[in-house]
Structures are given as structure tokens and as C-alpha cells.
Design a protein around this ligand. Structure first.
Ligand code: C5P
Length: 230
């Protein structure tokens, strides 16, 4: 069967990863959570006490590569779930990257052009043979502008906060519903207003508002689109 590239962009916590994983499982495609890569880079700066506020200045002064060159981002398969998990310099950091501390810092890290260029290259390399589902903010606009299927996802912010709260509780990460809602709204704003690769709907992407859809309904909607393409 013809292999395609599926790009899923959209707002924070609207179920992009859940949907992308389900599609990848259904089609036996590679799934890549590009947000996890930005989170892992953020974790590196936090763990190494490198102030995130200074990253842009370091980039302007031409010295950011001293840090960036020390960061290696890769994925490893979790044999229990069958899903790929992100590694920072060879260490699986899938749980650490979901903390509120990382969530609060990641949008600032992701504004830096040099960091984006490094991660986009890795993403394009992973997807070069197609058969990939990747979710993020710039997948259909920058990483894979020629993707055969592009989705742009959104959902009501209260619904998204509730889902995120449930997900974090399930993972044993503590955060209040209000704190999560503020973080999501802030990241929505930051991601859509930055100058480097902002979150925007590609002209040829299909809008999916899943506020009132469950996971299975969203999956069926997309599988129907895919069957028309393949
Ligand atoms: O997808 P997730 O919410 O985990 O992404 C975390 C953050 O990483 C986003 O809020 C955004 O700032 C950044 N990001 C990005 N480009 C991507 C994926 C994520 O800028 N392709």
C-alpha cells in the first residue's frame, strides 16, 4: 500500500498525540511526538542550570551552538506500549519532560531559531521515507510542507485542561486544573505569536475540532480521510 506522510498540528493538549499514536498503530507507521523533542531540549537547559531567558542572547552572540552541540535527541521503542519515547543524551526522559516546570519553559525554548533548525533536521530525517505520523506546531507548514495529509486540531480550552489534568494524574504528576488551564492558554498564545515557525493553519490542512468527539470518533474521521488518499 502507498505510504504517506501525516502531519498533525494544533493547540496544546487537544489530543494530537493520542490521535497520532492511534493512526500510527492502525497503519503500522512511525509515530513522532515533536513536542517531546522541544521538551527534552528544555529539560537539558533546566538540568544544567542554563537560564532559558539567556538563550536568545547566546544565539545572537553566536555561542548557542556550544550548548546545542552537547544535546543529543533520539527515540527508543517502549516494548510494553509499542510507542517511541524520547531520549536526552541516551537517557529516556519521557516522564521528566511532562512536569509543569518543563511545560512552563518549553515555549520560550522553542522560539529560538537555532534550536528549531536542529530539531527540524532530525524530524525530516526520520520522515524521509514516509510512513510517518508526526504531531507538533509546524509539521504541515515547515517540517513536511508536502505531506499528503495535514490536520489542524483544536478543542475548547476547558475541555483540553480537563483532559491534560486526567493525563497528568494518571502519570502521577501533580498540578491543579487551574494551573494547567493557565499554562495551556499561555502556550497557545506564545506558540501562535512567535516569529519563528508560529502555529498557523496550513492552507491545505483539514480542521478537526474534537471538543465533542471521543478518541474513536476522531480516529474514524481521519481514517476515512486517509482511505480516500491511499
Ligand atoms: O506538543 P507539546 O504540547 O508537548 O509541545 C510542547 C511545546 O513545544 C509547545 O507548546 C511548543 O512551544 C513547542 N513545539 C513547537 N513545535 C513543535 C512541537 C512543539 O514549537 N513542532
Amino acid at each position: 500500500m502507498k505510504q504517506i506522510t501525516i502531519a498533525i498540528d494544533g493547540y496544546s493538549s487537544c489530543g494530537k498525540s493520542t490521535l497520532a499514536k492511534a493512526i500510527a498503530k492502525e497503519l503500522n507507521y512511525i509515530y513522532v511526538d515533536s513536542g517531546a523533542m522541544y521538551r527534552a531540549v528544555t529539560l537539558y537547559f533546566l538540568e544544567n542550570h542554563i537560564p532559558i531567558i539567556d538563550l536568545q542572547r547566546a544565539a545572537d552572540e553566536g555561542v548557542l551552538h556550544h550548548y546545542i552541540d552537547k544535546i543529543n535527541i533520539s527515540f527508543e521503542n517502549n516494548p510494553t506500549t509499542g510507542v517511541s519515547e524520547v531520549c536526552l543524551n541516551g537517557r529516556n526522559v519521557e516522564k521528566e519532560i511532562r512536569t509543569m516546570k518543563v511545560s512552563e519553559s518549553v515555549s520560550m525554548v522553542s522560539t529560538v531559531k537555532e534550536i528549531r533548525s536542529k530539531l527540524v533536521k532530525i524530524q525530516q530525517e526520520i520522515g524521509k521515507n514516509k510512513g510517518v505520523v508526526m504531531d507538533g506546531r509546524d509539521i504541515g507548514t515547515v517540517v513536511f510542507p508536502d505531506a499528503e495529509l495535514k490536520l489542524y486540531m483544536t478543542a475548547d480550552v476547558n475541555e483540553r485542561a480537563k483532559r491534560r489534568f486526567a493525563e497528568l494524574s494518571h502519570k502521577g504528576i501533580t498540578a491543579s486544573l487551574e494551573e494547567i488551564k493557565i499554562n495551556i492558554s499561555q502556550r497557545d498564545y506564545d506558540d501562535t505569536h512567535r516569529s519563528e515557525s508560529p502555529l498557523i493553519k496550513a492552507d491545505d490542512s483539514i480542521l478537526l475540532d474534537n471538543t465533542n468527539l471521543n478518541e474513536q470518533q476522531s480516529l474514524e474521521f481521519v481514517l476515512d480521510l486517509i482511505s480516500k488518499i491511499i
